[in-house]
Design a protein around this ligand. Structure first.
Ligand code: HPA
Length: 273
C-alpha cells in the first residue's frame, strides 16, 4: 500500500468503527444505492487525503460506511475516471482504503454502451472479462513484485454464478460479456465500435478496468456489472451524456436488486462452502 489508504481508513474508523466486508463503487447515475445504506457515516471525498474529486455532474464524491442488505459495506458514490485527470492511478487510495477497512470483495458498477441489440438500454450486463484498450495501466511505476498481477480470473467465478442465479430468481434480464475500456471522454466512433465487435467486445465504457487491476493487485475478489445506457456508436442515432444519466436511472432498479441480492447471499455462500 502507498500509505494513504491506511490513513483514510483511520478517518472512516473514527466516524464509524467497524469491520467492513464489501466495497461497492457506484458509477454514473447509480448513486441512489448509496442513499439506501443504513446506520451510515457519509464522508465527502474532500475530507480524505489523496481522494479524487470527481468533475462528472452525476457523480457525488462521497464515501458511505454502513449496512446494506445485512452486510457491512463501504460505498464509493462517485469514481475518478482517467479522462478527468490523465492519471489512471486515481482510484488507488480509495480502493486501498476499502482493503485497509477489511473489505474482501469489490463490487464495481458502471454505465456502458452495448454492442448487442439484444442487451438494450436499461439492461444490466455482468462483466466476465475485459479488454484494456487504453494501453494504460494503474500499476505502471509500482515497484513491488506484486505488480505482475494475474488477470486470468479477474472476475470472480463464484460471485458471477451468484449474480446469474439472483437474476434468474428475480426475473431480471442479465446480459453478460466482455467490457472494453476506452479512455474517453469523447465517445467511440462507429469504426471503433465495429473494430471492437470484431475483437469480441460486448460493451464499451470509460472506467472500471483500472479498478479491476488495482483490486486484483490488492487481492480483492471482484464482480462488476454494467448498466447499459445506450447502444454503442453507429448503432443508434446519437450519443449524449444526458441520455447516459437518464438510462442509468432506469437501470438502477435492476442494479439495486442484483447488488442487494448478492450482498444478502454472501453469508449463504460461506455456509455452502
Ligand atoms: N461509450 C463509452 N462509455 C459509455 C458509453 C458508450 O457508449 N455509454 C455509457 N458510457
Amino acid at each position: 500500500m502507498t500509505g494513504s489508504g491506511k490513513q483514510c481508513a483511520g478517518i472512516v474508523q473514527a466516524a464509524r468503527p467497524g469491520k467492513y466486508r464489501v466495497g461497492l463503487v457506484l458509477g454514473s447515475g447509480l448513486g441512489t444505492l448509496a442513499d439506501a445504506v443504513e446506520d451510515a457515516a457519509r464522508i465527502p471525498y474532500t475530507e480524505f487525503p489523496d481522494f479524487p474529486v470527481s468533475t462528472v455532474s452525476s457523480h457525488k464524491g462521497e464515501l458511505v460506511a454502513g449496512r446494506l442488505a445485512g452486510q457491512e459495506v463501504i460505498v464509493l458514490a462517485g469514481r475518478a475516471h482517467y479522462y478527468e485527470s490523465g492519471d489512471p492511478t486515481r482510484m488507488r487510495t480509495p480502493l486501498e482504503t476499502m482493503k485497509a477497512l477489511g473489505c474482501e470483495i469489490l463490487l464495481l458498477t458502471n454505465a456502458a454502451g452495448s454492442l448487442r441489440p439484444e442487451v438494450p438500454p436499461g439492461f444490466p450486463m455482468l462483466i466476465t472479462d475485459h479488454i484494456n484498450f487504453s494501453g494504460l495501466n494503474p500499476l505502471i511505476g509500482e515497484e513491488s513484485e506484486a505488480r505482475f498481477v494475474d488477470m486470468s480470473a479477474a472476475y470472480d467465478k463464484v460471485l458471477c454464478a451468484s449474480l446469474r442465479k439472483i437474476a434468474a430468481d428475480n426475473e431480471i434480464p442479465l446480459g453478460e460479456g466482455v467490457y472494453a475500456w476506452f479512455s474517453g471522454p469523447s465517445f467511440e466512433t462507429p469504426a471503433e465500435i465495429r473494430m471492437a465487435r470484431t475483437l469480441g467486445v460486448d460493451a464499451v465504457g470509460m472506467s472500471t478496468v483500472p479498478e479491476v487491476i488495482i483490486g486484483r493487485f490488492l487481492g480483492l475478489r471482484i464482480a462488476a456489472i454494467s448498466t447499459i445506457t445506450n447502444l454503442a456508436a453507429g448503432m443508434q442515432a446519437e450519443l449524449s451524456h444526458v441520455e447516459t444519466k437518464e438510462m442509468g436511472l432506469k437501470g438502477v432498479g435492476r442494479l439495486t436488486a442484483l447488488v442487494t441480492g448478492l450482498l444478502a447471499s454472501l453469508d449463504k455462500d460461506v455456509a455452502d462452502a
